[in-house]
Design a protein around this ligand. Sequence first.
Ligand code: FMN
Length: 366
Amino acid sequence: MEKMSLTTSGTFGDVKVKNRIFMAPLTRMRAGNDGVPGELAAEYYSQRAGAGLIISEAVQISEHGKGYPATPGIYSDAQRDAWRKITDAVHAAGGVIFLQLWHVGRISHTSLHPKEGLPVAPSAIKPSGQVYTAAWALEDYETPREMSLSEIDALRQSYVHAAKQAKLAGFDGVELHAANGYLLDQFLQNGSNHRTDAYGGSVENRCKLVLEILNDIIPVWGSGRVGIRLSPYGEFNDMKDSDPVGLFAYLIEKLNPLNLSYLHLIEPRATSAGGSDQIAEGAPSTGKLFGKSFKGPVVLAGGFNKENATAAIEQGEADAIAFGRIFISNPDLPKRLAHDLPLTPYDRATFYGGSAKGYTDYPLAD
Ligand SMILES: Cc1cc2nc3c(=O)[nH]c(=O)nc-3n(C[C@H](O)[C@H](O)[C@H](O)COP(=O)(O)O)c2cc1C
């Protein structure tokens, strides 16, 4: 059998990929205030079509799901039509692209959705830290409003609507964002979920919403075109759980019968928002802890370079590696990794907001 490497093609559910170098979801905050992706997004994503799979930046499923200025949505028809131009450009360049379905929950501010009012969450627990308001001013988080059961039902409908919109927009699949301390992660972990109803308390109850939403959107896409992203041990956005191993082992076990396209796990050793390059010493490896319990393809992300990514693939720890920050500054990353070409360093100052600088102007290798 051929030895597997980063450049080996593969099948992830119903999706064929040309290599195992994936583009991680990367919020760039360059959309219009109406959540319509910006004019440059088609060029930005098609420049990166060499990835085995592009996972889009997180895309809000509803107005209330928005948590930062200038992030894109998929719920309106104008947003959907703008995404269509992007997926067309990616496909024309030979790429494959999933949309990441996002609701931020409490990681938000009223100014970003004034009609909806306070951010919502499983429980009225204020996260520590600060948030960018609609005017890009930093303010403390507000205490979110606890979601009612009827709001949870409506939320599930919003995910289905967004999944259908993503299909109409020409994506190749969707990734459910249940990581990094956003709404679904807030339901999973008991630092943020203190509910006493069917969505809180036991591990089973806290996993209920994620599993319901997956079962809601699978009929839209087929299970082989739905992935999920989790961040066990991630502390970003003030997350904590009293027993992360028990929680995520249970959830992954429940994912197995769904036959998803892939499970995407973030390693806690790198920060998830690009705030620092520090690798947390001694942090447990999510790939090692949880990867083997998942029966389908596993994608790992977080602090990977050619060397450790190659090792993870060769040792069967991962089926693909999603690269974040170095994909921002190296649009042709797969080619550079394959041929050991030098990498362009990224400029953190241009990660969020702005226009072409640090977005579409990183050079291709000669
Ligand atoms: C600028 C930036 C934006 C990000 N946006 C998202 C996002 O929208 N969705 C998500 O799941 N993760 C997001 N992340 C996390 C990345 O997908 C990835 O997990 C992280 O950067 C670690 O991988 P790396 O070490 O290869 O950069 C973001 C990270 C950065 C640096």
